[in-house]
Design a protein around this ligand. Structure first.
Ligand code: ZN
Length: 389
């Protein structure tokens, strides 16, 4: 029974230039043994002296990382594909394909370059990265500013709103000078002033089921600063379908929360909340209000997690929901589990393409959720109340 083994570009010289091989074996270990006995040169690139897979080499069976399966003992069968992926965190092969830094950038990022966990290679990863911000509002503002300042090469921003004076209390990407103009134009001016090295890609549109996959597909990471349920579910489902990490943040009054939903390694938003609450149950930001600094804190956490993901450093908020209470100045953390019955990332998903999220969230002709910013905890409490828990 033949198993297809995909060989990444830097390792192809060791297998006669081939990009794929057909091999035999009962499990990943046997397949890799056969691979490295047929092509002995390859062995030292994949395995350390103690026989363990090198830490910068990841192996996938179909779309699953073997570290989350049975590692080298993961069983394989006819038709399976084993992919060898040099990790984002290391390997000269990865570094060679990264963009070089200019003299101006070396000076600008000097405080990053002396950090061992960033360094020149990390800074080049940031330059190569493409991050999409959904929304240029309260959460998107600090996220855009810090990501641009940090040297993320391409920032995509989706928004269709115009800067209003009432935004300025928290949306620090905008200013008095840009009241009345589109938020995207306002954001572009501020980001270009902060760091002209950043390529800004603007999407002046409401994110919809018709355009979400095409927009998100072109980016490495999505930071969701959405303020309404239809878009939040849309972003989640699109990220799961495309295999992209969704760096989530939300705020309400004095409380905020953040997580990283990345279905390849942990739960998605729908594992928490398979369905939204009925329309009108949750108050909007306009009704509830929000403390100006709060989105600054949560949006900055989103920027931090995005940068960590790009660098491949630290422990991400995957499988963890961070709760922030500004009045008590307390952070708490809840463990999030993947739901095997999740309708989008579970074993038998029922959502396999994007749906009508306005209808799904019970939004009618009236824009019930415009400006709604609600925490998942608040939602959870309401949901459990509704269920009589
Ligand atoms: Zn899920």
């Amino acid at each position: 029974m033949a198993i297809t083994v995909l060989i990444p570009t830097p390792l192809r010289p060791f297998v006669g230039g081939k990009d794929a091989l057909e091999l035999e074996g009962e499990n990943v270990g046997e397949v890799l043994d056969q691979l490295t006995s047929d092509h002995a040169e390859l062995r030292k690139h994949l395995f350390a002296d103690d026989g363990r897979l090198r830490s910068f080499v990841n192996v996938y069976v179909n779309d699953r990382d073997i570290r989350h399966l049975e590692r080298e003992g993961t069983r394989v069968g006819a038709g399976d594909t084993v992919s060898i992926i040099p990790s984002i965190a290391g390997g000269t092969a990865v570094a060679e394909s990264l963009p070089k830094l200019s003299h101006e950038e070396i000076l600008r990022y000097s405080r990053h370059l002396i950090l061992p966990d960033v360094g020149v290679e990390g800074q080049r990863k940031l330059k190569a990265a493409r991050v999409l911000l959904i929304g240029a509002g309260g959460l998107g503002s600090p996220a855009a500013l810090y990501l641009a300042a940090a040297g993320v090469g391409t920032l995509g921003i989706v928004d269709f709103d115009v800067v209003d004076k009432t935004n300025l209390q928290r949306q620090i990407l905008h200013g008095t000078d840009t009241v009345g103009i589109p938020k995207l134009e306002s954001a572009r001016r501020r980001v270009q002033d902060l760091n002209p090295n950043v390529q800004v890609e603007l999407f002046e549109t409401r994110l919809t089921s018709a355009n979400a996959l095409d927009i998100i597909r072109e980016f490495d990471v999505v930071a969701d600063g959405t303020d309404n349920f239809p878009t939040r579910y849309l972003v989640n489902d699109a990220c799961v379908l495309l295999g992209k990490p969704n760096v989530y943040g939300s705020i309400f009054r004095f409380e905020g929360q953040a997580s990283v939903f990345y279905a390849k390694e942990g739960p998605c938003y729908r594992c928490l909340y398979a369905e939204p609450p009925p329309a009108g149950l949750v108050p909007s930001c306009a009704e509830g209000g929000v403390l100006g600094v709060l989105p600054g804190i949560i949006g900055s956490i989103q920027a931090m997690e995005t940068i960590k993901f790009i660098l491949g450093r630290g422990e991400l908020l995957i499988g963890r929901l961070l709760l922030f209470d500004a009045l008590r100045l307390k952070f708490r953390e809840l463990k999030l589990e993947r739901d095997p019955d999740c309708p989008v990332c579970g074993r038998n998903p029922t959502v396999t393409s994007l749906i009508d999220y306005e209808a799904f969230c019970g939004v009618g002709a009236e824009p019930v959720y415009d400006g709604a910013e609600v925490t998942a905890l608040d939602l959870k409490q309401r949901a459990s109340r509704r269920c009589g828990v």
